[in-house]
Design a protein around this ligand. Structure first.
Ligand code: PLP
Length: 397
Protein backbone atom coordinates (compact mmCIF):
# COMPACT_ATOMS: atom_id res chain seq x y z
CA UNK A 1 0.00 0.00 0.00
CA UNK A 2 1.55 3.30 -0.93
CA UNK A 3 1.93 6.10 1.58
CA UNK A 4 0.05 8.67 -0.46
CA UNK A 5 -3.08 6.54 -0.54
CA UNK A 6 -2.84 5.79 3.18
CA UNK A 7 -2.63 9.49 4.00
CA UNK A 8 -5.65 10.19 1.76
CA UNK A 9 -7.65 7.66 3.74
CA UNK A 10 -6.43 9.20 7.00
CA UNK A 11 -7.71 12.58 5.82
CA UNK A 12 -11.05 10.98 4.93
CA UNK A 13 -11.73 8.62 7.84
CA UNK A 14 -10.17 10.04 11.01
CA UNK A 15 -11.85 12.60 13.21
CA UNK A 16 -9.86 15.73 12.45
CA UNK A 17 -8.67 16.41 16.02
CA UNK A 18 -4.96 15.66 15.48
CA UNK A 19 -2.59 17.81 13.42
CA UNK A 20 -0.40 14.93 12.32
CA UNK A 21 2.85 15.05 10.39
CA UNK A 22 2.45 13.52 6.90
CA UNK A 23 4.35 10.31 7.61
CA UNK A 24 3.21 6.83 8.56
CA UNK A 25 5.45 4.99 11.01
CA UNK A 26 5.74 1.25 10.66
CA UNK A 27 8.59 -0.08 12.81
CA UNK A 28 10.83 0.82 15.74
CA UNK A 29 14.05 -0.39 17.34
CA UNK A 30 15.62 1.34 20.33
CA UNK A 31 15.84 5.07 19.65
CA UNK A 32 15.00 4.66 15.95
CA UNK A 33 11.77 4.36 13.97
CA UNK A 34 11.06 3.85 10.26
CA UNK A 35 8.26 5.17 8.08
CA UNK A 36 6.31 3.47 5.30
CA UNK A 37 8.77 4.75 2.68
CA UNK A 38 11.68 3.14 4.55
CA UNK A 39 13.05 6.42 5.88
CA UNK A 40 14.81 6.17 9.26
CA UNK A 41 14.35 8.66 12.12
CA UNK A 42 15.93 9.19 15.51
CA UNK A 43 12.93 9.37 17.84
CA UNK A 44 13.56 12.20 20.32
CA UNK A 45 9.93 12.27 21.41
CA UNK A 46 9.61 8.58 22.33
CA UNK A 47 5.91 8.82 21.54
CA UNK A 48 5.25 11.65 23.97
CA UNK A 49 7.76 10.68 26.66
CA UNK A 50 6.40 7.13 26.62
CA UNK A 51 8.89 4.65 25.12
CA UNK A 52 11.56 5.34 27.74
CA UNK A 53 13.33 2.02 27.24
CA UNK A 54 13.21 2.53 23.49
CA UNK A 55 11.07 0.77 20.92
CA UNK A 56 10.74 -3.01 21.17
CA UNK A 57 13.01 -3.37 24.18
CA UNK A 58 13.66 -7.14 24.51
CA UNK A 59 12.48 -7.38 28.13
CA UNK A 60 9.31 -5.44 27.35
CA UNK A 61 8.62 -7.44 24.19
CA UNK A 62 9.29 -10.65 26.12
CA UNK A 63 6.80 -9.67 28.83
CA UNK A 64 4.21 -8.80 26.18
CA UNK A 65 4.64 -12.17 24.44
CA UNK A 66 4.50 -14.13 27.65
CA UNK A 67 1.50 -12.31 29.10
CA UNK A 68 -0.40 -12.50 25.81
CA UNK A 69 0.07 -16.26 25.75
CA UNK A 70 -0.76 -16.75 29.44
CA UNK A 71 -3.69 -14.56 30.51
CA UNK A 72 -4.59 -11.35 28.76
CA UNK A 73 -7.53 -10.07 30.74
CA UNK A 74 -9.06 -10.59 34.12
CA UNK A 75 -11.55 -8.22 35.72
CA UNK A 76 -10.95 -6.58 39.05
CA UNK A 77 -13.42 -9.00 40.57
CA UNK A 78 -10.38 -11.25 41.06
CA UNK A 79 -6.73 -10.97 42.02
CA UNK A 80 -3.83 -11.46 39.62
CA UNK A 81 -0.19 -11.80 40.59
CA UNK A 82 1.27 -9.23 38.14
CA UNK A 83 -1.01 -6.47 39.46
CA UNK A 84 -0.03 -7.30 43.04
CA UNK A 85 3.69 -7.39 42.21
CA UNK A 86 3.47 -4.06 40.37
CA UNK A 87 1.65 -2.35 43.25
CA UNK A 88 4.26 -3.71 45.67
CA UNK A 89 7.21 -2.61 43.53
CA UNK A 90 5.76 0.90 43.06
CA UNK A 91 5.14 1.28 46.79
CA UNK A 92 8.57 -0.07 47.75
CA UNK A 93 10.23 2.46 45.47
CA UNK A 94 8.15 5.54 46.29
CA UNK A 95 6.46 7.46 49.13
CA UNK A 96 3.24 5.54 48.53
CA UNK A 97 1.52 2.76 50.45
CA UNK A 98 -1.17 1.82 47.94
CA UNK A 99 -1.73 1.83 44.17
CA UNK A 100 -4.79 1.96 41.91
CA UNK A 101 -4.48 1.07 38.21
CA UNK A 102 -6.32 2.50 35.23
CA UNK A 103 -5.57 3.04 31.55
CA UNK A 104 -4.30 6.56 30.91
CA UNK A 105 -2.97 9.70 32.46
CA UNK A 106 -6.32 11.46 32.45
CA UNK A 107 -7.89 8.51 34.25
CA UNK A 108 -5.12 8.49 36.85
CA UNK A 109 -5.81 12.18 37.50
CA UNK A 110 -9.56 11.52 37.61
CA UNK A 111 -8.91 8.92 40.29
CA UNK A 112 -6.72 11.37 42.21
CA UNK A 113 -9.35 14.12 42.02
CA UNK A 114 -12.13 11.80 43.12
CA UNK A 115 -10.03 10.49 45.99
CA UNK A 116 -9.09 14.01 47.10
CA UNK A 117 -12.74 15.09 47.19
CA UNK A 118 -13.84 11.97 49.01
CA UNK A 119 -11.05 12.23 51.57
CA UNK A 120 -11.64 15.94 52.20
CA UNK A 121 -15.39 15.51 52.67
CA UNK A 122 -14.99 12.60 55.06
CA UNK A 123 -11.99 13.94 56.92
CA UNK A 124 -12.85 17.65 57.02
CA UNK A 125 -16.20 19.05 55.83
CA UNK A 126 -18.88 18.31 53.27
CA UNK A 127 -18.21 21.61 51.43
CA UNK A 128 -14.50 20.99 51.13
CA UNK A 129 -14.06 19.95 47.51
CA UNK A 130 -12.05 22.58 45.64
CA UNK A 131 -8.85 21.82 43.79
CA UNK A 132 -6.25 24.47 43.02
CA UNK A 133 -4.21 23.87 39.89
CA UNK A 134 -1.88 26.18 37.97
CA UNK A 135 -1.87 28.25 34.81
CA UNK A 136 -0.18 26.59 31.88
CA UNK A 137 -0.60 23.13 33.37
CA UNK A 138 -1.69 20.00 31.53
CA UNK A 139 -3.64 17.26 33.28
CA UNK A 140 -5.64 15.52 30.53
CA UNK A 141 -8.67 15.78 28.25
CA UNK A 142 -11.61 14.36 30.21
CA UNK A 143 -14.03 16.92 31.64
CA UNK A 144 -12.49 17.06 35.11
CA UNK A 145 -8.88 16.88 33.97
CA UNK A 146 -9.34 19.39 31.16
CA UNK A 147 -10.94 21.68 33.74
CA UNK A 148 -7.86 21.20 35.93
CA UNK A 149 -5.69 21.99 32.90
CA UNK A 150 -4.85 25.69 33.14
CA UNK A 151 -4.86 26.49 29.43
CA UNK A 152 -7.79 28.28 27.78
CA UNK A 153 -7.24 26.65 24.39
CA UNK A 154 -8.15 23.23 25.78
CA UNK A 155 -11.39 24.53 27.33
CA UNK A 156 -12.74 26.41 24.35
CA UNK A 157 -16.09 25.06 23.14
CA UNK A 158 -16.45 22.49 25.92
CA UNK A 159 -18.03 24.70 28.57
CA UNK A 160 -19.66 24.37 31.03
CA UNK A 161 -16.63 22.87 32.76
CA UNK A 162 -16.61 20.99 36.06
CA UNK A 163 -17.17 23.17 39.14
CA UNK A 164 -14.67 23.29 41.99
CA UNK A 165 -11.41 24.25 40.29
CA UNK A 166 -9.25 27.37 40.67
CA UNK A 167 -6.03 28.33 38.91
CA UNK A 168 -3.06 30.35 40.07
CA UNK A 169 0.28 31.11 38.38
CA UNK A 170 2.82 28.26 38.51
CA UNK A 171 5.90 28.71 40.68
CA UNK A 172 4.14 31.40 42.75
CA UNK A 173 3.79 30.38 46.40
CA UNK A 174 2.17 33.67 47.39
CA UNK A 175 -0.61 33.22 44.85
CA UNK A 176 -1.17 29.66 46.04
CA UNK A 177 -1.32 30.79 49.65
CA UNK A 178 -3.91 33.47 48.78
CA UNK A 179 -6.05 30.96 46.85
CA UNK A 180 -6.08 28.34 49.65
CA UNK A 181 -9.02 28.37 52.02
CA UNK A 182 -11.19 25.99 54.01
CA UNK A 183 -12.82 24.81 50.79
CA UNK A 184 -9.51 23.52 49.39
CA UNK A 185 -9.37 19.75 49.15
CA UNK A 186 -6.12 19.55 47.18
CA UNK A 187 -3.39 21.28 45.24
CA UNK A 188 -2.63 19.62 41.91
CA UNK A 189 0.65 20.43 40.13
CA UNK A 190 3.23 18.92 37.83
CA UNK A 191 6.70 18.90 39.44
CA UNK A 192 7.92 20.22 36.07
CA UNK A 193 5.32 21.51 33.62
CA UNK A 194 5.65 19.39 30.48
CA UNK A 195 3.11 20.32 27.78
CA UNK A 196 3.01 23.88 29.12
CA UNK A 197 6.58 24.53 27.96
CA UNK A 198 8.97 22.52 30.19
CA UNK A 199 8.93 24.92 33.15
CA UNK A 200 11.10 23.91 36.10
CA UNK A 201 9.97 25.64 39.31
CA UNK A 202 12.33 27.22 41.85
CA UNK A 203 13.81 24.84 44.43
CA UNK A 204 11.58 26.16 47.20
CA UNK A 205 8.32 25.71 45.26
CA UNK A 206 7.41 22.10 46.01
CA UNK A 207 8.61 22.35 49.64
CA UNK A 208 6.51 25.53 49.93
CA UNK A 209 3.44 23.72 48.57
CA UNK A 210 4.06 20.85 50.98
CA UNK A 211 4.12 23.30 53.88
CA UNK A 212 0.90 25.02 52.75
CA UNK A 213 -0.80 21.62 52.51
CA UNK A 214 0.46 20.53 55.93
CA UNK A 215 -0.83 23.73 57.52
CA UNK A 216 -4.23 23.67 55.83
CA UNK A 217 -4.97 19.95 55.63
CA UNK A 218 -5.20 20.08 51.81
CA UNK A 219 -3.67 17.16 49.92
CA UNK A 220 -0.67 17.60 47.64
CA UNK A 221 -1.25 15.77 44.35
CA UNK A 222 1.75 15.55 42.04
CA UNK A 223 1.01 14.78 38.41
CA UNK A 224 4.12 12.80 37.45
CA UNK A 225 2.53 11.38 34.32
CA UNK A 226 5.28 12.90 32.18
CA UNK A 227 8.08 13.36 34.75
CA UNK A 228 7.82 9.96 36.47
CA UNK A 229 9.69 6.69 35.82
CA UNK A 230 13.21 8.15 35.55
CA UNK A 231 12.51 10.83 32.93
CA UNK A 232 14.08 13.66 34.98
CA UNK A 233 17.12 11.72 36.22
CA UNK A 234 15.51 10.35 39.39
CA UNK A 235 12.85 7.66 39.51
CA UNK A 236 10.26 10.31 40.49
CA UNK A 237 10.73 14.04 39.94
CA UNK A 238 9.64 14.85 43.52
CA UNK A 239 12.94 13.32 44.71
CA UNK A 240 14.74 16.45 43.50
CA UNK A 241 12.70 18.53 45.95
CA UNK A 242 13.20 16.61 49.20
CA UNK A 243 9.44 16.40 49.85
CA UNK A 244 6.79 13.76 49.23
CA UNK A 245 3.26 14.17 47.89
CA UNK A 246 0.10 12.62 49.34
CA UNK A 247 -1.00 11.36 45.92
CA UNK A 248 0.99 10.84 42.72
CA UNK A 249 -0.29 10.00 39.26
CA UNK A 250 1.63 8.07 36.62
CA UNK A 251 1.02 6.90 33.08
CA UNK A 252 3.10 7.62 29.98
CA UNK A 253 6.33 5.61 30.44
CA UNK A 254 5.07 3.18 33.07
CA UNK A 255 4.58 0.27 30.64
CA UNK A 256 6.85 1.65 27.89
CA UNK A 257 3.94 2.15 25.49
CA UNK A 258 1.25 -0.29 26.55
CA UNK A 259 -1.59 1.91 27.88
CA UNK A 260 -1.63 2.17 31.67
CA UNK A 261 -2.33 4.74 34.37
CA UNK A 262 -1.67 4.54 38.07
CA UNK A 263 -2.61 6.54 41.12
CA UNK A 264 -0.45 6.10 44.19
CA UNK A 265 -1.33 7.37 47.64
CA UNK A 266 -0.29 7.11 51.23
CA UNK A 267 -2.25 4.83 53.52
CA UNK A 268 -4.45 7.26 55.39
CA UNK A 269 -5.57 8.95 52.17
CA UNK A 270 -6.00 5.79 50.09
CA UNK A 271 -8.34 4.35 52.71
CA UNK A 272 -11.06 6.78 51.58
CA UNK A 273 -11.54 4.69 48.41
CA UNK A 274 -13.60 1.94 50.01
CA UNK A 275 -15.08 -1.03 48.11
CA UNK A 276 -17.28 0.09 45.22
CA UNK A 277 -16.23 3.77 45.27
CA UNK A 278 -14.11 3.67 42.11
CA UNK A 279 -13.05 1.20 39.43
CA UNK A 280 -12.10 0.40 35.86
CA UNK A 281 -12.91 -2.51 33.56
CA UNK A 282 -9.47 -2.65 31.98
CA UNK A 283 -7.42 -1.17 34.81
CA UNK A 284 -4.41 -3.27 35.82
CA UNK A 285 -4.98 -6.38 33.70
CA UNK A 286 -2.35 -9.10 34.02
CA UNK A 287 -1.20 -8.16 30.52
CA UNK A 288 -0.47 -4.49 31.13
CA UNK A 289 0.81 -4.93 34.67
CA UNK A 290 3.26 -7.66 33.50
CA UNK A 291 4.60 -5.21 30.94
CA UNK A 292 4.80 -2.39 33.50
CA UNK A 293 6.55 -4.73 35.92
CA UNK A 294 9.17 -5.66 33.29
CA UNK A 295 9.59 -1.97 32.43
CA UNK A 296 9.97 -0.78 36.01
CA UNK A 297 12.31 -3.65 36.97
CA UNK A 298 14.50 -2.82 33.99
CA UNK A 299 14.52 0.89 34.85
CA UNK A 300 15.59 0.13 38.42
CA UNK A 301 18.09 -2.70 37.74
CA UNK A 302 19.80 -0.94 34.86
CA UNK A 303 20.04 2.37 36.71
CA UNK A 304 18.15 4.20 33.98
CA UNK A 305 17.67 7.36 36.10
CA UNK A 306 21.45 7.95 36.24
CA UNK A 307 21.65 7.39 32.52
CA UNK A 308 18.88 9.93 31.89
CA UNK A 309 20.71 12.47 34.07
CA UNK A 310 24.00 11.92 32.22
CA UNK A 311 22.56 12.07 28.72
CA UNK A 312 20.47 15.06 29.76
CA UNK A 313 23.62 16.94 30.77
CA UNK A 314 25.19 16.17 27.39
CA UNK A 315 22.14 17.36 25.46
CA UNK A 316 21.63 20.50 27.55
CA UNK A 317 25.36 21.31 27.25
CA UNK A 318 25.15 20.95 23.46
CA UNK A 319 21.97 23.02 23.26
CA UNK A 320 23.49 25.82 25.36
CA UNK A 321 26.44 25.82 22.97
CA UNK A 322 24.01 26.15 20.06
CA UNK A 323 22.33 29.01 21.93
CA UNK A 324 25.61 30.94 21.89
CA UNK A 325 25.83 30.58 18.10
CA UNK A 326 23.04 32.99 17.09
CA UNK A 327 20.44 30.31 16.49
CA UNK A 328 17.56 32.18 18.13
CA UNK A 329 17.50 30.04 21.26
CA UNK A 330 16.22 32.12 24.18
CA UNK A 331 16.55 29.56 26.94
CA UNK A 332 17.36 25.89 27.50
CA UNK A 333 15.63 24.34 30.52
CA UNK A 334 14.59 21.01 31.96
CA UNK A 335 15.87 18.13 33.99
CA UNK A 336 17.30 14.80 32.90
CA UNK A 337 15.84 13.96 29.51
CA UNK A 338 12.85 16.30 29.67
CA UNK A 339 14.26 19.33 27.92
CA UNK A 340 12.65 22.51 26.60
CA UNK A 341 14.33 24.88 24.17
CA UNK A 342 12.56 28.22 24.03
CA UNK A 343 12.98 29.95 20.67
CA UNK A 344 12.52 33.54 19.59
CA UNK A 345 10.05 32.35 16.92
CA UNK A 346 7.41 29.67 16.23
CA UNK A 347 8.75 26.17 16.67
CA UNK A 348 6.66 24.29 14.13
CA UNK A 349 8.94 24.95 11.07
CA UNK A 350 11.87 23.67 13.17
CA UNK A 351 9.98 20.49 14.10
CA UNK A 352 9.25 19.95 10.38
CA UNK A 353 12.86 20.64 9.34
CA UNK A 354 14.17 18.21 11.96
CA UNK A 355 11.76 15.53 10.73
CA UNK A 356 12.89 16.12 7.15
CA UNK A 357 16.47 15.54 8.32
CA UNK A 358 15.56 12.32 10.18
CA UNK A 359 14.88 13.52 13.72
CA UNK A 360 11.49 13.43 15.48
CA UNK A 361 11.09 16.11 18.15
CA UNK A 362 8.13 17.52 20.08
CA UNK A 363 6.91 21.01 20.75
CA UNK A 364 5.40 22.39 23.94
CA UNK A 365 3.35 25.45 23.07
CA UNK A 366 4.11 27.88 20.25
CA UNK A 367 7.79 28.55 20.74
CA UNK A 368 9.25 25.69 22.75
CA UNK A 369 11.02 22.72 21.21
CA UNK A 370 10.64 19.74 23.55
CA UNK A 371 13.04 16.81 23.65
CA UNK A 372 12.03 13.63 25.46
CA UNK A 373 14.13 10.88 23.88
CA UNK A 374 14.16 7.29 25.10
CA UNK A 375 16.27 7.16 28.26
CA UNK A 376 18.49 4.54 26.62
CA UNK A 377 19.83 7.01 24.02
CA UNK A 378 23.52 6.87 23.37
CA UNK A 379 26.01 9.71 23.14
CA UNK A 380 26.18 9.34 19.37
CA UNK A 381 22.38 9.75 19.15
CA UNK A 382 22.55 12.94 21.20
CA UNK A 383 25.35 14.35 19.07
CA UNK A 384 23.48 13.56 15.85
CA UNK A 385 20.30 15.16 17.23
CA UNK A 386 22.26 18.30 18.16
CA UNK A 387 23.70 18.50 14.62
CA UNK A 388 20.24 18.23 13.07
CA UNK A 389 18.67 20.75 15.48
CA UNK A 390 21.56 23.18 14.90
CA UNK A 391 21.18 22.92 11.13
CA UNK A 392 17.39 23.31 11.35
CA UNK A 393 17.70 26.43 13.51
CA UNK A 394 20.26 27.99 11.14
CA UNK A 395 18.26 27.20 7.99
CA UNK A 396 14.94 28.47 9.40
CA UNK A 397 16.26 31.60 11.08
C1 PLP B 1 0.14 13.32 29.01
C2 PLP B 1 -0.22 13.92 30.30
C3 PLP B 1 -1.49 13.73 30.87
C4 PLP B 1 -2.62 13.00 30.16
O1 PLP B 1 -2.32 11.69 29.90
P1 PLP B 1 -3.26 10.86 28.87
O2 PLP B 1 -2.71 9.48 28.95
O3 PLP B 1 -3.08 11.49 27.52
O4 PLP B 1 -4.65 10.96 29.36
C5 PLP B 1 -1.73 14.28 32.12
N1 PLP B 1 -0.77 14.98 32.77
C6 PLP B 1 0.45 15.17 32.27
C7 PLP B 1 1.47 15.92 33.05
C8 PLP B 1 0.77 14.66 31.01
O5 PLP B 1 1.98 14.89 30.48
Amino acid sequence: MDTRELLEWAAKYHTPNYARAPICLVRGDGARVWDSDGKEYLDFGAGIAVASLGHCHPRVTGAIREAAATLLHVSNLYHTAPQIHLAKLLCEHSFADRAFFCNSGAEANEAALKLARKYAKERHASDRYEVIATHNSFHGRTFATVTATGQEKYHHGFEPLVPGFKHVPYNDLRAMERALDNRTAAILVEPIQGEGGVHVPDDDYLPGLRKLCDESGALLILDEIQTGVARTGTLWAYEHSGIEPDIMTLAKALANGVPIGAMLAREEVARALGPGTHGSTFGGTPFVTSVALATLQTVIEEKIPERAAKMGRRLVGGLRELARGGTGIREVRGRGLLIGVELDRPVSPIVDACRGAGLLVLSAGEKVLRLAPPLIVEESHCDRALEIIGAALRSKA
